[in-house]
Design a protein around this ligand. Structure first.
Ligand code: PLP
Length: 209
């Protein structure tokens, strides 16, 4: 913030992963770092994550928004969000405001999942335990195998492999929710560890043959 102010630069903040997650009441990065949101020139966000809808938004000074309205292709040759989409995001926002304890629960669930994964010797990379926790695998094949094994057990956690992420860092991203129970989270960690172990045993056997 100080660097941008010193150089009279603008900051564009992407809060896609932080609204509903970071800060005591889920208000995002500014609340988390105790920064006045008015100091941020442009903030973008999506309705597709914590707000359980689709579409996105941009927040800025009135003059900037007015300029964007007349220049962004999304406004000039397209239509706005549908009322149903806006209504569901609006409701999610109401719930977030009325029940900030969900943010606390999300944080404790995320930390629990991260700690349990680490205790099971799973590679969680640079995860900090805030809603999205990745588990990394040593090959795309192992990653696919684990995801398929989880799916067969009713756990929906799709694999993320190249080109979505670098070739050597295949992973499954686990999206933790305030509605998960500790038992749900523990069950997933055990299932991942077990599937990874199975893959490694089979792989070692095949390599030896
Ligand atoms: C950092 C970041 N910004 C913006 C978006 C855009 O989200 P959407 O296209 O769902 O609105 C995403 C989606 O994953 C994201 O990860």
């Amino acid at each position: 913030m100080d660097i941008k102010d010193r150089h009279d630069a603008w900051l564009l903040l992407d809060e896609a992963h932080s609204y509903g997650v970071l800060g005591k009441t889920g208000r995002g990065l500014c609340e988390h770092f105790n920064v006045d949101p008015k100091r941020i020139e442009l903030t973008i966000g999506t309705l597709s994550k914590s707000f359980a809808s689709s579409g996105g938004f941009i927040a800025a000074d009135t003059n900037v928004i007015e300029w964007l309205r007349f220049t962004l292709p999304g406004f000039v040759y397209s239509v706005g969000l549908s009322p149903a989409t806006v209504a569901s995001a609006h409701k999610a926002l109401d719930i977030l405001r009325a029940e900030p304890q969900r943010v606390t629960k999300l944080r404790s669930n995320s930390c629990h999942f991260l700690d349990a994964a680490k205790a099971a010797n799973l590679n969680t990379g640079m995860a900090v335990g805030e809603a999205v926790v990745p588990i990394l695998f040593s090959s795309p094949e192992e990653c696919m195998f684990v995801a398929e094994t989880l799916m067969a057990q009713g756990i929906y956690a799709p694999p993320v492999i190249h080109v979505g992420i670098p070739k050597d860092l295949p992973r499954i991203r686990f999206f933790i929710s305030a509605a998960h129970s500790i038992a749900d989270l523990d069950r997933v960690v055990v299932a991942v560890a077990h599937a990874a172990q199975l893959f490694q045993t089979q792989h070692a056997r095949l390599s030896a043959e």
